[in-house]
Design a protein around this ligand. Structure first.
Ligand SMILES: C[S@@+](CC[C@H](N)C(=O)[O-])C[C@H]1O[C@@H](n2cnc3c(N)ncnc32)[C@H](O)[C@@H]1O
Length: 209
């Protein structure tokens, strides 16, 4: 089995190796994505598709008086993330659950921020996922999605091999914006990094700023 087969739902030793690689490899992308959102110290945050859990650790530094929850549909990733965040889990500042983005089980209006790094292209139904994220956000809540690949005819071709191997379902960024707006997100902003395929989409449940 290739490592790329493991991106969608990491399992076993190979899955754990992929988690470690993602924790290292997504650091710069995550740093870049997080520059587009203000996070107040008291924030309650959910990281969807938390993978190896390093982003959760970083988010707790930004939400220093708040709480960070993570979900992943891979049991392996939940265990891995709990290990990576052992102390924070013991302090009850972090909780990680084996759940899917389309059925998170959280209460309505619960989170100040939902983040999703490098994961949307595995979700079974993007519209249902966006509706679920909107439901669990507080009225002033924000949704931040950051990805290193884009479907734009140039990068799609550049990344063709990995897109095929990892079974990624990429959408054009304009379609993502329209879909977010159609489920009711407001002030949807798209940021792209010059010369690369990196992209961030920031949207608000009831309007920004
Ligand atoms: C490429 S990894 C990215 C992990 C992490 N966000 C990062 O940036 O390193 C994608 C993650 O999304 C998770 N995932 C895929 N589909 C999911 C779904 N429907 N619900 C929750 N998690 C999902 C996978 O199990 C995997 O851990």
């Amino acid at each position: 089995m290739k490592n790329t087969d493991q991106y969608k739902c990491p399992v076993g030793k190979q899955g754990r190796n992929v988690a470690a690689a993602m924790n290292r490899g997504h650091k710069n992308l995550t740093t870049w994505g997080l520059t587009f959102v203000d996070i107040s110290p008291e924030s309650i945050i959910l990281d969807v598709g938390c993978g190896g859990g390093k982003t959760i650790a970083r988010l707790t530094k930004l939400a220093s008086k708040g709480k960070v929850l993570g979900i992943d549909h891979s049991a392996e990733m939940v265990r891995y993330s709990e290990k990576v965040n052992k102390k924070l889990v013991e302090e009850k500042r972090v909780q990680i659950f084996e759940r899917s983005v389309v059925n998170t089980g959280f209460s309505d209006n619960y989170f100040d921020l939902v983040t999703a790094f490098e994961t949307y292209y595995f979700w079974p139904n993007l519209q249902s996922a966006f509706e679920e994220i909107k439901r669990i956000l507080k009225p002033k809540g924000k949704f931040l999605m950051t990805n290193e690949m884009i479907k734009d005819g140039v990068y799609e071709v550049k990344h063709a091999e990995i897109i095929k191997e990892a079974q990624l379902c990429l959408y054009p960024i304009g379609d993502i914006k329209k879909l977010l707006e159609s489920v009711g997100f407001k002030d949807v902003k798209v940021f792209t990094k010059e010369g690369s395929a990196w992209n961030t989409v920031l949207s608000y449940k009831l309007g920004g700023n």
